[in-house]
Design a binder for this molecule. Structure first.
Ligand code: GLA
Length: 378
């Protein structure tokens, strides 16, 4: 009996040591280190929200000051059938965040992807009229924003409405309503909760033409008296992302009079399939061994490249911290990242701050020290 109790104490001590050794030397966490700079967040999936794994829960609680739902607040999840709303998982996320003292970001209201099929069709399967789609947008936004009033700090109101070449994406919203669907979405969200912050969110924001189009959109919204608090730069990055252009976009959005948010940060180390197919989440390519080079572990060289790239990124974020209100990683640990399955299913990627064993990568300590010491300014 005594032996048994001793064994469990030793086991507990080992678990504690393993966990705290992850942060040895710094004694602090991302959440603490960036406290006065910007919110630092993570996207959570439902499995993580309900997980009883105490190591995972303390990692989420200690490292992040903000959380966002990876999927469960999207239209196809929240309103799978017209008029039938399901807020169960989103409510669970809010409960967890409130327990942890974290800010919740709502993602996302109007997006062509992960929208339920019925949204754009009438009962005979024909495309709905402009009036009907506007009414559906209004009902959806009123109900969802209304439900989370007081619990969500801000919403990604419109996601991915602009193409890389600066043109409007020819989504069903655009085709049926025209470009004013963007303005209407912001207007409805503001009517539903005048206190909630409102954001435009998109990927590939290092593209100069996209940058200019987003700036025009912000100006247009403001000219029409709409509220817009921030532009979200998703930031699904690779080593090829031109950081000078990326930084120029941050500066351009800030100059347009909105805050900048890094909303879905991850950095893929894997090769990209040939061909120009954009970044549509529904795209998928067949698995090939050659496209999955780090299945058994990341090479030292690539690990260094990843740490260096993340350090450069946070140098940019810290230098612009007066314009940045949040930096959110798109996931907690590498094992949970969508990048393992997109654009090729079943690969092994290493895109996040914490590895498959929940250990922080070396850059985490580096950026904590940069934030605390102020050693980043040029
Ligand atoms: C986009 C969306 C996110 C998520 C990612 C892929 O960036 O905004 O909600 O679906 O794609 O995981």
């Amino acid at each position: 009996m005594v032996m048994c109790r001793m064994k469990s104490w030793i086991a507990l001590w080992c678990v504690c040591c393993a966990f705290s050794s992850a942060f040895a030397g710094s004694g602090t966490t991302l959440r603490e280190a960036f406290r006065d700079k910007f919110l630092i967040g993570a996207a959570l999936n439902v499995r993580q929200v309900v997980s009883k794994d105490e190591a995972l829960q303390s990692l989420i609680r200690e490292q992040f000051s903000s959380v966002v739902a990876e999927n469960c607040m999207k239209a196809e999840e929240v309103q799978p059938e017209e008029g039938h709303f399901d807020f169960t998982d989103g409510d669970r996320l809010c409960d967890l965040a409130e327990k942890n003292g974290q800010v919740v970001i709502g993602h996302c209201l109007i997006w062509h992807s992960q929208a339920p099929k019925w949204f754009f069709k009438d009962k005979d399967g024909n495309t709905v009229s402009k009036e009907v789609l506007i009414q559906r947008m209004k009902d959806h936004i009123y109900k969802v924003v209304g439900h989370y009033k007081g619990r969500v700090k801000g919403w990604d109101v419109v996601n991915e409405a602009i193409e890389g070449n600066g043109e409007f994406r020819k989504s069903p919203f655009y085709k049926i309503i025209g470009p004013e669907f963007i303005r209407l979405a912001f207007q409805f969200a503001h009517e539903a909760d005048p206190d909630v912050e409102l954001y435009y969110n998109d990927y590939g924001m290092d593209s100069p033409r996209k940058r200019e189009a987003v700036v025009r959109m912000v100006q247009d919204l403001k000219a029409h008296g709409c509220r817009i608090d921030a532009v979200g730069m998703q930031s699904h990055l690779s080593f090829d992302t031109p950081l000078d252009e990326y930084e120029k976009s941050m500066e351009a959005f800030a100059a347009a009079g909105v805050k900048v948010m890094v909303t879905e940060l991850d950095l893929s180390v894997l090769p990209w399939p040939k061909g120009n197919f954009g970044a549509a989440v529904e795209t998928n390519f067949a698995y090939k061994q050659a496209m999955d080079p780090y299945k058994d572990g990341l090479s030292e060289e690539k690990a260094k490249e990843l740490n260096d790239f993340y350090t450069k990124l946070f140098d940019i974020y810290l230098r612009h911290s007066k314009d940045i209100s949040r930096v959110t990683f798109w996931g907690v640990t590498d094992g949970d990242s969508w990048k393992n399955n997109w654009p090729i299913h079943g690969r092994t990627d290493y895109p996040l701050a914490f590895d498959r064993d929940m250990k922080p990568k070396p850059f985490v300590q580096t950026i904590i020290e940069m934030a605390e010491s102020g050693r980043y300014a040029e």
